[in-house]
Design a protein around this ligand. Structure first.
Ligand code: IMP
Length: 179
């Protein structure tokens, strides 16, 4: 069923059930890869909050959870490339295995910035786990981007943590803009 958020109309793209099934698969891979590594999951707020919660619930190896906050969309439907560092990651990641959890990689500008920033803190490794990737929009080659739940068309989406004008984050599936 189509929905309206503020002035825009959206149609279903990925169901809540499909997200849960895919999250389970990614968690199973991470459980194998990080069995003896005591990783730190670092969520990139605000968009990551649902994916992060559903992912870490399925992690059965010892792990820590932390957050940082960046923003680059500033309310609209296109990226501004103006990144605000809203709050920094407060844990020491030196010699630790970091799993960055992102909602969506669009141009890759935000992620490229964050990976470079965290790399300076000398972690043992950084891997990125993203819920969504827009392959037709990406402009950066980010070797750390290893786990991608879904590849989607280059269109604006909301739901499951992602917003339009701060609305729609509560939806349990992903919806794309009807143009
Ligand atoms: P990038 O820097 O262009 O990769 O943009 C990344 C950030 O822009 C994400 O973390 C989101 O906050 C936001 N973003 C990108 N595409 C969308 C979208 O389709 N819907 C909502 N937010 C988006």
């Amino acid at each position: 069923m189509n929905i309206k958020i503020a002035d825009l109309e959206f149609e279903p793209l990925i169901s809540g059930e499909a997200i849960q099934a895919r999250t389970k698969e990614i968690a199973a891979q991470l459980n194998e890869e990080y069995a003896d590594k005591a990783p730190i999951f670092v969520g990139v707020l605000n968009g990551c909050f649902m994916f992060m919660a559903d992912l870490v619930k399925r992690i059965n190896v010892p792990c820590e959870v932390a957050f940082t906050k960046l923003s680059s969309y500033h309310g609209g439907v296109t990226t501004t490339r103006r990144i605000s560092d809203d709050f920094d990651l407060l844990v020491d990641i030196a010699n630790r295995h970091v799993i960055l959890v992102e909602d969506i990689v669009d141009t890759g500008h935000t992620l490229d910035y964050l990976v470079a920033k965290l790399s300076h803190r000398k972690p043992a490794s950084i891997t990125v786990c993203a819920l969504l990737l827009k392959p037709d929009a990406i402009e950066y080659s980010i070797k750390e981007l290893k786990h991608i739940a879904f590849r989607i068309p280059n269109e604006f989406v909301v739901g499951y943590g992602l917003d339009y004008m701060e609305l729609g984050r509560n939806l349990d599936g992903i919806y794309k803009r009807v143009v």
